[in-house]
Design a protein around this ligand. Structure first.
Ligand SMILES: NC(=O)c1ccc[n+]([C@@H]2O[C@H](COP(=O)([O-])OP(=O)(O)OC[C@H]3O[C@@H](n4cnc5c(N)ncnc54)[C@H](OP(=O)(O)O)[C@@H]3O)[C@@H](O)[C@H]2O)c1
Length: 319
């Protein structure tokens, strides 16, 4: 994000309240808690549930994510323009804030997802693009920090802050970055052998540890998820960027996408390359992943879409 005044951004929306347009899972009739015959959902199977007052009224319903038995569930959260752009440039001087118009509603949902996650997974490009950020619920919407913390506690998540897991092949990161150095935020820097040497030379903060997951080149997405699992994570929230999300999708490791569609068009031309939601990975028509719509909310002209990646999509192939 840049230093632009969020309140002056043309697309800014000061109201964080969402309106549920379609969300079958948030229908009280579908909630096992309202059916005395239904078994109570176990913390082993589900993260989240009924949102407490102050959060549930703003999200307009419940929020729960199924936990996989075989590996951590991986969800992602992005904001894009109508034409699929997630950053106005590629040099890291702009980020999701400019795309959402610094919408409070988008920041509120980002905070909710961080509050329920054990770990937030980000690529080094996203860290470098946001030199003052911290990948915690309290940072994204400070006014809701107390409510997020109480909900996290009620869900029985032991760590007060999600672990920040960073993928970096090069190890080219500033150890003093606030997102990597807050004493109460655990950080895992997943890197290569040369990246680890560079990170050690820079002197990581005491809250950060280095994990070597590849001798060189990109780190397999499966290794990133495995490291999250070893740290005890059951729910991992990936906040990008586009290259990292491409790696997860290509490996079939992304379970859900929470996509905010901002009512803005960015465009591109030969001189202006702008990042789209997925970069560095191009799928063939036959194998491109499809998604199933899970829910739709709105706040003003912003749409909040939830997709399950994979799964049955009846319109996938012509009859
Ligand atoms: N609108 C949104 O919701 C949103 C969300 C996130 C990011 N963004 C924007 O996207 C831009 C950054 O895009 P990006 O594609 O460069 O982001 P990125 O995927 O976060 O960063 C790419 C870098 O991350 C590291 N990386 C990613 N996957 C890796 C892997 N499998 N193994 C090893 N290292 C890996 C590498 O770092 P090294 O170079 O250190 O090796 C790579 O150069 C920024 O402007 C950011 O603000 C927007």
């Amino acid at each position: 994000m840049t230093g632009a005044d969020p309140a002056q951004a043309p697309g800014h929306r000061g109201d964080s309240r969402l309106e549920r347009l379609w969300d079958p899972a948030a229908d009280p009739a579908a909630d096992p808690a309202t059916d005395p015959a239904a078994p109570a959902p176990s913390r082993q199977d589900v993260r989240g549930g009924r949102l407490p007052s102050g959060l549930g009224d703003r999200y307009d319903g419940d929020l729960r994510v199924a936990l996989r038995p075989d590996r951590p569930t991986v969800i992602a959260n992005f904001v894009s323009t109508i034409d699929g752009v997630v950053a106005f440039d590629t040099d890291g001087s702009t980020g999701g804030g400019e795309v959402s118009g610094f919408a409070d509603s988008d920041r509120f949902v980002m905070g909710l997802l961080r509050a329920m996650a054990d770990a937030v997974l980000v690529g080094a490009g996203t860290i470098r693009a946001a030199p003052t950020h911290e990948w915690t619920p309290r940072r994204v919407q400070p006014g809701s920090a107390g409510l997020y913390a109480a909900w996290r506690d009620a869900m029985g998540i032991a760590s007060p802050q999600p672990t920040t897991i960073v993928a970096t092949a090069s190890g080219s990161l500033d150890p003093k970055h606030p997102g990597l150095s807050a004493p109460d935020v655990p950080v895992i820097l997943v890197t290569t052998e040369s990246g680890a040497a560079r990170l050690r030379a820079a002197g990581p903060a005491p809250n950060a540890r280095i994990e070597v997951a590849a001798s060189g080149g990109p780190i397999a997405a499966a290794a990133l998820v495995e490291i999250a699992a070893r740290s005890g994570a059951r729910l991992v929230l990936c906040e990008g960027g586009p290259h990292l999300i491409g790696d997860l999708l290509a490996a079939g490791l992304l379970d859900e996408l929470f996509l905010t569609l901002a009512p803005q068009l960015a465009g591109r031309d030969d001189a202006t390359s702008r990042l789209a939601l997925v970069e560095g990975t191009a799928f063939e028509i036959a194998t491109a992943p499809w998604a199933e719509l899970g829910s739709v909310r709105r706040s003003g002209d912003h749409l909040f879409l939830r997709y399950r990646i994979g799964g049955p999509v009846s319109s996938r192939k012509p009859a």
